[in-house]
Design a protein. Structure first.
Length: 338
């Protein structure tokens, strides 16, 4: 199966975190271990250089973007997994990053518009078209709470007409805005060509039971083996027409219950109580507890768990052990850290 076929069929795509040492330098050994974990867990791809990887790696002075992209590309060089590179900055920087991604064997560029918050819709479309001239593009609706901007239906309608647009990650954490993207793609006549991926970490299962082929999620950067099993169960519940039979109703109710539990767990990991300030440290904390990361350090020394967040993580781990993949990680950790 080609990467494009996998994308359209629907896959688990973790948003790849950044492994750092206590000195906040790249921890190459653990960065590789994370990629190996996602591959072994059965993920259909990885997204590197995205919000969960910390957008600061795109700062020209960091010197981190190329080595981080290279490490994942090297680990997946013999794999069929989809390789998605985060693309940031104004057009000059974005096209340069797209060229780098292509040179390293990445299939898709996930375009962040965080640097273009004040630009017109025309400028946004021109920007994405420039990147799409270099690499197939995944559009990205990032929630405003972590650096995104509200984008109207008109934007998504125009975006859907870009020939080299292959997917959209829909992550506004807002049902009305999510529906606008779906409606725009449906009305474009390209619904069979553009893969919709949920990035709504607060509503994963409900999204996947409706209009989304798969997910590209920070939440799936942890407990990835369980996420793969979950997506398989959802696909077996929904038939090829996106409909559910009466016999499957009980399974659907069970999945929606699981969805509520996963949303509760995500509220702790992503620090919803504090406007998501601790979302990346929360992901790191789970990986630290599993042994995949040595600590939860971020590039910004001020970025850490919020007060009470660790206790909230304790709570959801106690309530929902079935959501985790701790035993899978424990049985393979030494091999991934080789």
């Amino acid at each position: 199966m080609t990467w494009r076929e996998t994308l359209l069929e629907g896959a688990v795509i973790p948003a790849h975190p950044l492994a750092l040492t206590a000195e906040r330098k790249l921890d190459e050994r653990r960065q590789r271990a994370l990629t190996r974990y996602y591959a072994a867990a059965g993920a259909g791809g990885v997204a590197v250089g995205v919000h969960t990887t910390q957008f600061q790696i795109h700062d020209p002075g960091s010197g981190l973007l190329q080595p981080v992209l290279e490490l994942a590309a090297e680990e997946l060089s013999d794999s069929d997994m989809i390789r998605i590179a985060g693309i940031c900055g104004y057009t000059k920087q974005a096209t340069r990053e797209a060229e780098l991604a292509v040179s390293l064997g990445y299939h898709v560029g996930l375009v962040s518009l965080g640097a273009l918050k004040e630009e017109s819709l025309d400028s946004l479309i021109d920007h994405i078209e420039a990147v799409a001239g270099i690499i197939p593009v995944m559009g990205f609706y990032l929630q405003p709470a972590v650096g995104g901007r509200v984008l109207p239906y008109k934007f998504w309608s125009r975006l859907s007409l870009i020939d080299n647009l292959v997917a959209i990650k829909v992550a506004p954490f807002n049902r009305y805005q999510t529906t606008e993207v779906i409606r725009a793609v449906a009305n474009s006549g390209r619904a069979r060509e553009i893969a919709l991926y949920t990035g709504n970490d607060d509503n994963i299962i409900a999204d996947l039971l409706t209009s989304f082929q798969g997910g590209l999620l920070g939440q799936w950067a942890v407990w990835t083996r369980s996420a793969v099993e979950l997506l398989h169960e959802i696909k077996s519940t929904v038939n090829s027409k996106g409909e559910q039979s009466c016999e499957q109703g009980c399974s659907t109710r069970a999945l929606l219950t699981l969805g509520s539990q996963l949303t509760d767990a995500n509220s702790a990991i992503f620090d919803a109580a504090n406007s998501f300030h601790g979302c990346v440290p929360g992901i790191h904390e789970i990986l630290r507890r599993q042994g995949l990361l040595a600590g939860r350090w971020c590039l910004d020394p001020n970025e850490d768990l919020s007060p009470g967040q660790s206790e909230e993580i304790d709570r959801v781990l106690r309530l929902y052990p079935h959501l985790t993949d701790d035993s899978f990680v424990l049985g393979n950790l030494d091999r991934w850290l080789r």
